[in-house]
Each structure stands twice: as C-alpha cells, then as structure tokens.
Design a protein around this ligand. Structure first.
Ligand code: FES
Length: 162
C-alpha cells in the first residue's frame, strides 16, 4: 500500500485583510464637494448686458465749447417714443408732440440699463420690465419702482441735462 499523500493544508490568506481595511479608510477621505454648503451660484445679476448701438450719438453741431453738451435735438426724439442714451444713463421720451420727459435709464429691478423704447414703454432687456414713457411708472414687472425722473432743459430745439 502506498501511503496517503499528505492531506492538503488549508492555506490562509493573511496578507489581504489588513490592507483592504486601510484602503477603505483612505477612500472615504478627500471629498470636499459634498453636502449643501457649496457655493455654486449663477453669474452675478448685476452684470449689465453688452452695449447695443441702438442710438447713434447726436451730431455735433457747431456750438460753443463752453456750453453744456446737448443730449439730443428735439427732432431726434420720436413722438410717442423715446431714445436711450447709454453713456449718460438717461432715456428721453416724447409722449406727445412737444412734451419731453427724461428718466434714469437704470432699471429699478437689478440695475441693468434699459435698452429701447417701443410701443409706449421703456424696456429693460434683463428680465422684461417695462416703464411707461409718460411718467416712468412700471407697466410690467419685475421692476419694483418707477424710473426716477431726470431734469432736462429744452431750448431752441436742443435737449440738455439740467
Ligand atoms: Fe431686471 Fe431690469 S434688471 S428687469
């Protein structure tokens, strides 16, 4: 009879147990971007939109240099409409023939510059607010307040900021 071959011994894998636990600990660290404390926000709402060349500057008349520079000629402001002067942040309207009004061109909602005058309203491009050309009151929100009135002087066919 031949002797039995040696019974196979069970081999215990010892090396793996400790290193697997260590790996799990390492994997649990290092993530900073979970949870509600993040600061991801959309772009600042106060950023004004890109300027649009909606209104050409008034032609420079041959006036004396000492006088305040005119904003516009009365003939340049359409009856029942108006013109936005982006550099001066002013919008001038002519609700009825010969009656001129001026308002701040800075929207009372979040400060964008109004972009155009159309269909009896001064329109903000950012969130759609509309103001009436006759008094600057809010015709459509979200603007919370009317556009503040600006003082102008109308003389000899010229409109000047007062
Ligand atoms: Fe929001 Fe003008 S800034 S509507």
């Amino acid at each position: 009879m031949t002797p039995h071959p040696m019974p196979r011994r069970r081999t215990v894998l010892r090396a793996g147990a400790g290193s697997v636990a260590a790996s799990a600990l390492v994997a649990g660290c290092g993530s900073d971007d979970d949870g509600p404390g993040g600061t991801a926000r959309s772009a600042s709402p106060s950023t004004p939109p890109a300027a649009s060349p909606s209104t050409p500057p008034a032609a420079s008349p041959s006036s004396p240099a000492a006088a305040p520079s005119p904003l516009a000629r009365t003939a340049d402001i359409p009856v029942g409409g108006g013109t936005v002067f982006e550099d001066e942040k002013v919008v001038v309207t002519q609700p009825v023939a010969g009656e001129f009004k001026a308002f701040s061109a800075v929207c009372t909602h979040q400060g964008c510059t109004v972009a155009k005058v159309a269909d009896g309203t001064i329109d903000c491009p950012c969130h759609g607010s509309k103001y009436r050309i006759a008094d600057g009151s809010v015709a459509a929100g979200p603007a919370p307040r009317p556009l503040p009135e600006e003082r102008i002087k109308v003389s000899a066919g010229t409109i000047t900021l007062a």
